[in-house]
Ligand binder design. Sequence first.
Ligand SMILES: [Zn+2]
Length: 522
Amino acid sequence: MNFKQLLIASVILISLSACQSQQEKRTTEKPRIAIAGLAIECSTFSPAQSNAEDFRVRRGEEIFSYYPFLHEDSAARQRAQYFPALRGHAIPGGIVTRAAYDTLMAQMLQLLKENLPYDGVFFDIHGAMSVVGLDDPEGDMIQRVRDVVGKDVLISTSMDLHGNVSWQLAHQSDLITCYRLAPHEDAIESKKRALVNLLDRLESGKGKPAYKAWIPVPILLPGEKTSTRIEPAKSLYAQVDPITKQPGVLDAAIWVGYAWADEPRNRAVVMVTGDDKQQVKRSAETLARSFWDVRKQFEFVAPVAPLDECLEMAIHSSKKPFIISDMGDNPTAGGAGDVTWTLKQILEHDAFKKSDGPSLIYASLPGPQLIDKAIEAGLGGKIEAFAGAEIDNRYAGPVMLKGIVEAICQSDDNAQTEVVVRMGSVRVIVTKKRKPYHYESDFTNLGLDPRNADIVVVKIGYLVPELYDMRGDWIMALTPGGVDQDLHRLPYQRIDRPMYPLDEDMADPDLTARFVPLSDEE
Ligand SMILES: [Zn+2]
């Protein structure tokens, strides 16, 4: 072999080995996964609107901190290369402004474009967002993500069971799942399942599941009737996991849907994904039929009554604390959070006018101007100021709070500042911005002792676990607001009819499975 031949041979060898290592790299390379999504639940029956600032937006690496199963040493983190783009969530509220949606979407899509191409997208949404002038925002969102990432990419959609699944969302989702518990104690576990299913399909090379069955179930019920702690939702949702264990079935999910948005897509849905057509169809139809069959058994998860009756029961009860859910304005379901109607009834009630009356804590009411005055007056100071009804004043105007400042919990930027004002035997928590009170520490941080209070009134529906465990007794008050629990009082115009329970005696619907085209098919 002369020098020239040697040179040619080594060039061939080198390029061969380069070729080999390229090949090896391709097969051992971890899948490239993007993370994106916007999550909010919006009542269109509330005058409130949600802006971009209402979203806690995480971009890039910051997104990892939101998912405990994606911390640096986690198994899921090792299995892929992640490109977190933009993930935002807001506490439920009014409809999202078009400007806010467009701004956040433009940022999300721009960030997604920076790290193309992807093998998968972990699409983490709620499913009950409303946007001014846009039906089916999540369907729009996923279509725009799809347009950026391309048809071959697997999108795994993770949702709240109170979300809505339109045909469009089902079409563009390759994998889709939602929580199986309400209250959502399995939120993290469900998000993890959505991601792990995606990783499994990418690693095995199986790709998009061959079949997606979708069944709309014409039922619209409030979350306060569909807690999985009690029947019939408990047994209904208990069917989901065994179904996913069948061969040929990848995942199954039941969405209760969201009752406080007047949009054509709002209703319950069942979906099952997998590779065995018959099994997928049968499973979806079983779940849909089971849901329909128990529709008349859904009742409020706790006793309900008008507010005046709730107050009488609480005043005469010896169980501490007697918790009253002020349901109609529940900010965690989409209420404006500043309706004053309930607090006004309480302050006008004779039982609470003297300081030795039954102790009552009211959580809570936004009152930014009152906060400023309370800081000025200082601890122990006297105050006289209005709070509430800046957004939702349909049922009552701002309420005058004239009392003693008992606590001031000031945040660095003052945006989260809370104060306690005492009038008679009532202590009212006033906040700068609306805020849900879900933890005992939310109260104790303000020097309040909710366990030993006679009555605690919270703007909430069914109790979150910590409040539930704390309760001496509990009743849910049918109060007015943007998330009125009496659906018959809501002025629906655009949802699909007939719908149970609005059309109580409707005929049995068609509950056969519709197969949704794969995302790379029309
Ligand atoms: Zn939910």
